[in-house]
Design a protein around this ligand. Structure first.
Ligand SMILES: Nc1ncnc2c1ncn2[C@@H]1O[C@H](COP(=O)(O)OP(=O)(O)OP(=O)(O)O)[C@@H](O)[C@H]1O
Ligand SMILES: [Mg+2]
Length: 256
């Protein structure tokens, strides 16, 4: 299978802190891949490098084989990459629908045509609203389209973030702790959502997550990082049984 997103020997320093220490990974097209490791291991920093929100000091990033070291985040959106953030980052006063439509922004036409509401742009708006409705249905948000996001329960807000990312019609989505702070029911729901995005929309997924039920159940391949560096990679079963992963991160969890 082809490589969708790959990085080699990524180094990121924040003053004296080495957040990424020559870390490498390769996300195969069409897969759900996990990225796990202890707090402060550099997972979010690596996500920021991969999505071009963060410059790296050394190493290279490739999207479908193309070097993207110098790309800007909005260029990555145009190339088919979307992401969510570890901390919810929505427009709370705006409705679910408006938040989803913000994600579709890249698909809208000329700003001038939109300003004068030319017929082509009205058609496009209707099409975007229809598409946003489909995404909302997939994420079970249809009943909340007109609700201001700040009034939604936490688990719903996490789904709105994913819906907004999907509205840019990505081929690859990076999820930074999609179920952090969710209860068991919300986690189970999001687990199915992630699988459907992958299976039904054919979107490749790279996911950072501390919830092992989510990681072990969804991911076909898992990378483990520790102190900014690669510690292990393999199938869920291999990772669960890996002694260095157990001592660095999983601890007692695997015996549960
Ligand atoms: N902007 C920044 N400036 C300075 N240090 C930073 C910055 N961002 C991250 N760090 C440091 O880099 C290291 C890696 O942080 P990062 O947030 O990438 O870890 P993480 O694996 O995502 O952790 P968590 O599981 O808690 O989210 C930490 O020591 C953190 O304090
Ligand atoms: Mg993080």
């Amino acid at each position: 299978m082809a490589s969708h997103l790959r990085c080699e020997q990524i180094l990121v320093r924040f003053g004296g802190v080495v957040a990424c220490d020559k870390v490498s990974l390769d996300v195969e097209e069409g897969k759900i891949v996990g990225l796990i490791g202890p707090n402060g291991a550099g997972k979010t920093t690596l996500f920021n490098v991969l999505t071009r929100f963060q410059a790296h000091d050394a190493g290279h990033v490739y999207y479908r084989g193309e070097l993207i070291d110098r790309k800007r985040p909005h260029e990555m959106v145009l190339m088919g990459m979307a992401r969510t953030f570890q901390n919810i980052n929505l427009f709370g006063e705006q409705s679910t629908l408006d938040n989803i439509l913000i994600g579709a922004h890249r698909l809208t036409g000329s700003p001038i045509a939109n300003m004068y509401s030319l017929p082509g742009s009205r058609r496009r708006e209707r099409e975007l609203a229809r598409r946003a409705g489909e995404i909302a249905e997939m994420l079970r948000l249809s009943g909340q389209l007109d609700t201001a996001v700040k009034h939604l329960p936490y688990g719903f807000q996490k789904r709105v973030e994913i819906a907004r990312a999907l509205a840019s019609e990505p081929r690859l989505i990076l999820l930074d702790e999609p179920v952090a702070g969710c209860n068991d029911e919300e986690t189970a729901e999001l687990r199915e959502v992630v699988k459907r995005i992958n299976r039904e929309l054919g979107v490749t997924v790279l996911m950072v997550e501390h919830d092992m039920s989510m990681v072990m159940n969804c991911c076909e391949h898992i990378y483990v990082v520790n102190f900014g560096a690669n510690l292990a990679q393999g199938s869920p079963a291999e990772i669960r049984a890996n002694p260095s992963v157990i001592s660095a991160y999983l601890g007692q969890e695997v015996e549960a």
